[in-house]
Every structure is written in structure tokens, then in C-alpha cells.
Write a protein that binds this ligand. Structure first.
Ligand code: SF4
Ligand code: SF4
Length: 323
């Protein structure tokens, strides 16, 4: 369910000096909460639309001060002295976080107002101007907090800071369209063009996403904006050539602006974060796709007349003179 709160946004990370998710040097703001459950997701901390207590085991000193302060008896220790959290008992009071000197226990998710976020992103204004960078909002899924995201991006643009969004486009068009109006670079993820397979891989079907991609293509015709479709390439799950031919045909037939395609090879980074918040990671034995396979997939899109690059920062068509 989208969060109707528009005065504050729940954020689980803010990363400065990023060189992906848009041109130049960027500050990426990660919004918490996502309606999809992609099997390969590397952002386990962004899945739930609420704050969470995380236990980062390699920071733990095994002092066990935390166990003594938990009034809900939600904490215990295992045979190796690592702390276990019983999330069915934890009320997220944060008392354990306060006593943990090594920051092994942390609250994931913090509310910010637009002004508070602006103060943070404004610190790197000099880098944005020099490198054609700016702010990227991502997640999680930004459409879960569409009202606040719109207000934040609008304020960025009013402050002459370039904006980029990264979204699954799994939300109503009337939430996405206002955001597009305050966005300079649009990244939409497309995990699979077949709805049933999309459901198996992500937990949701893709009709809404395909409709929004079509609508965004038309939108960009009237409102020139860089438009990039990102396709995660996950070995054995969505990297079949014949299936990606269908994706290329779908994009080729869009009635408005033809997006550039960006292939994102699967990587296993972020797996360890699942256990920080008591979740399991399903894809234990998937290996990243080979360079040769990625080039073959890239050729499929290029043959259909689409620009296609491999990797998160390899987009070729950025217009760097917008501001
Ligand atoms: S207080 Fe922190 S360092 Fe000490 S046992 Fe608990 S989690 Fe580990
Ligand atoms: S947040 Fe509060 S209830 Fe939850 S484990 Fe820590 S002390 Fe216990």
C-alpha cells in the first residue's frame, strides 16, 4: 500500500558520491518499502515500508549488554554468542540500539522532511554542477511514497539540482506522472515481459508496469526527458535470448520515445544484509552472466534499433546540459 504521508519520507540510506543511477556525481536517497519481492534483490533493508531493528553480526563485540535492557525479552544469544532477535516480540523501542556501542544493533529507516533532505543533498552541490550530477531517488520503490517523493524532487529542481528516479513503475499512473514532471532522468526497471514469469520472479504481475512504460514513452514525446529501461540479467531466471527478443520487440513498438536499454548483470552483493533483518536469501548458487552472454543480449536490442549498454553507469545518451 502506498504511504499517504507527504510531509515526511521514510529513508533507509543516503549515499553520497555515487557514479551510477544517472550522470556525474550523485547523492542517492533510498526510500523504504517495496511491493515487489525480486528474488535477486540486493536491497533487503529497503523491502519493508516501516523501520526495522537490524543486527549486523560482524560488528558485534558479544558483550550482551543489549540482552539485559530488552524489556520484551526479544533478544537471546546463540551457541557462538551471536545475538538473535525474535521479531514477534520486538516492539522496536530502540533501547538495545542505545546501549550497543559498536553499532551492531541499528534502526533501519529514518523519517526526513523535505527541508532536512535538502540540507543533506545541498552539501554536494558543487560536485553536481561540475560533473553534471544531481540527486537520484530510488528504493525500495519510490511510488510507495509518491507524494513525498514528488515534493522532494520538485524542491530539488526549484533549487537547480538535477533529478533522477529509479522505479519499478509498479503503481498508478496518477502517482508516477507528477513525479515524471519533476524528473530529468527516468530509469524504469523491467524484470520480465511475460506476466506469469514476472509474477514468479517478483511476486507481482507486470501489466501495470508495461502500461506505465507505454505511458512514459508517450510522456517523453511531449516532455523531452532521458528515458532508460533497466533490465536485470539474472542467470537462469530471465536471461533467455528468446524471451529478451520479446522484450526488445515490446520496446521497439512503443508509440512515443524509444528508451535506451541498460542491462544490469546479476551480482551477489548485499546477500549478507538479508540476515541482518531476519530474512532469507533464496538465490544461493546463481553466478553472474558472462561478458559474452551480455554482449549477445545487448546485440538483440541494438538489432531492433535501440541503444543498449551494459552496466549501471554506462548509459550513452545522457543530456548533460539541462541545468
Ligand atoms: S550490545 Fe551490541 S555489541 Fe554487545 S552483544 Fe549486543 S549487539 Fe553485540
Ligand atoms: S528494539 Fe526494544 S524490544 Fe526490540 S529487541 Fe531492542 S530492546 Fe528489545
Amino acid at each position: 500500500m502506498p504511504n499517504a504521508e507527504i510531509n515526511t519520507g521514510l529513508v533507509f540510506d543516503i549515499v553520497r558520491y555515487m557514479i551510477e543511477d544517472g550522470p556525474g556525481i550523485r547523492t542517492c536517497v533510498f526510500f523504504k518499502g517495496c511491493p515487489l519481492r525480486c528474488k535477486w534483490c540486493s536491497n533487503a533493508l529497503g523491502l519493508e515500508p516501516w523501520d526495522e531493528i537490524a543486527y549486523i553480526n560482524n560488528k558485534c563485540l558479544k558483550c550482551h549488554d543489549c540482552l539485559a535492557v530488552c524489556s520484551k525479552h526479544a533478544l537471546s544469544k546463540d551457541d557462538q554468542g551471536h545475538v538473535q532477535i525474535d521479531y514477534t516480540k520486538c516492539n522496536k523501542c530502540g533501547d538495545c540500539v542505545q546501549v550497543c556501542e559498536s553499532a551492531a544493533l541499528q534502526v533501519i529507516g529514518k523519517k526526513y522532511s523535505v527541508d532536512e533532505l535538502m540540507k543533506i543533498v545541498d552539501r554536494d552541490r558543487v560536485f553536481y554542477r561540475r560533473e553534471g550530477g544531481g540527486v537520484t531517488v530510488t528504493g525500495g520503490e519510490i511510488l510507495m511514497q509518491a507524494g513525498f517523493v514528488y515534493k522532494f524532487l520538485k524542491k530539488c529542481q526549484e533549487s537547480y539540482i538535477s533529478t533522477a528516479i529509479e522505479t519499478s513503475a509498479y503503481g498508478q499512473w496518477n502517482m508516477l506522472e507528477p513525479i515524471l514532471r519533476v524528473t530529468d532522468f527516468i530509469f524504469i526497471d523491467l524484470k520480465h515481459v511475460d506476466s506469469k514469469i514476472h509474477f514468479d520472479l517478483t511476486g507481482v504481475s507486470n501489466e501495470l508496469i508495461l502500461q506505465n512504460i507505454q505511458a512514459t514513452s508517450a510522456f517523453c514525446l511531449d516532455n523531452p526527458t532521458d528515458f532508460i529501461i533497466r533490465i536485470p540479467v539474472v542467470t537462469g531466471l530471465n536471461d533467455d535470448l528468446s524471451e529478451l527478443v520479446k522484450t526488445a520487440k515490446f520496446l521497439q513498438k512503443l508509440q512515443g520515445v524509444k528508451p535506451e536499454v541498460n542491462l544490469l548483470p546479476y551480482h551477489p552483493y548485499g546477500i549478507n544484509k538479508y540476515c541482518w533483518v531476519g530474512k532469507n536469501y533464496e538465490l544461493q548458487s546463481v553466478v553472474p552472466p558472462s561478458g559474452e552472454h551480455l554482449q549477445n543480449l545487448s546485440s538483440l536490442f541494438i538489432e531492433k534499433g535501440l541503444k543498449c549498454t551494459v552496466g549501471g553507469s554506462e548509459v550513452s545518451s545522457f543530456q548533460l546540459n539541462k541545468l
